[in-house]
Design a protein around this ligand. Structure first.
Ligand SMILES: [Zn+2]
Length: 239
């Protein structure tokens, strides 16, 4: 029963709704909307290449040094602002920084992120030797492992919800862009039609042919222009 009532109501609404005529611009707009919907996932995919944000987080800083007259290299984790302070009786050799680099891809939302293996950055001081880099790294490595900051694999994750939102944003942007392109054309066409309608109305007012402007006063009864054959007293198209 209820269903039938709803159907009847819907039919009534349909009958009383004003028919809106769709012109070429409306159809072009609809096509552009559908195209934007199909294209936006690929734009999101493309943005993953175009926009990459790298983030480097310092995890651990280790200093390699010798103490006093001893030639033995020692390694110690630096706490707080120890790096900037002077270390009395100590000769600094190398600062080893463990850095976690993370890359974020996509716009406006990050649709993918990659956590890279932990990188070590060496800063060599006066007495340190370039060819011993590996030895310095090896000295600092156990400290980083003990601190639990070492990440040896590449972890990649895709954010599906961000994907959905990005596609939505790109659809809106592309739809807006198509509207911005089509609107001036539509306005131009409207102005042209209006000016044509004004010209035709003026010709009708002077009993001239609305199509070619020929003075058709003598042919009014025939209803056709002797020059071009257009109908006389034709109403102008007003859009
Ligand atoms: Zn004519």
């Amino acid at each position: 029963m209820a269903l039938r009532t709803i159907q009847r109501k819907l039919r009534e609404i349909d009958r009383h709704s004003r028919r809106v005529e769709r012109n070429a611009f409306d159809r072009a707009q609809s096509v552009a909307f559908v195209l934007a919907l199909l294209v936006s996932p690929f734009v999101v995919l493309m943005m993953e290449r175009v926009r990459v944000v790298d983030e480097a987080t310092p995890l651990l800083a280790v200093r390699i040094y010798t103490e006093g007259a001893s030639a033995e290299l020692r390694a110690r984790v630096m706490e707080g602002d120890e790096r900037a302070k002077p270390w009395p009786g100590v000769t600094p050799y190398v600062d080893v920084d463990s850095v976690q680099r993370t890359s974020w891809f996509g716009w406006p939302f990050a649709t993918r992120d990659v956590v890279w293996p932990t990188e070590t950055k060496l800063t060599l001081f006066g007495p340190a030797r370039e060819e011993l880099r590996e030895k310095y790294s090896a000295l600092a490595a156990p400290l980083a492992v003990r601190a639990g900051v070492v990440h040896t694999t590449t972890t990649e994750s895709t954010h599906f919800i961000a994907w959905a939102f990005s596609i939505g944003v790109w659809w809106c942007l592309l739809a807006l862009a198509s509207a911005i392109v089509i609107s001036p054309l539509r306005l131009g066409w409207y102005v042209y039609r209006r000016s044509r309608a004004i010209v035709r109305q003026r010709r009708i007012d002077r009993s001239h042919c609305p199509n070619c402007g020929y003075n058709a006063r003598e042919s009014l009864l025939r209803g056709r222009c002797p020059e071009c054959g257009a109908e006389l007293y034709e109403r102008p198209d007003v859009y």
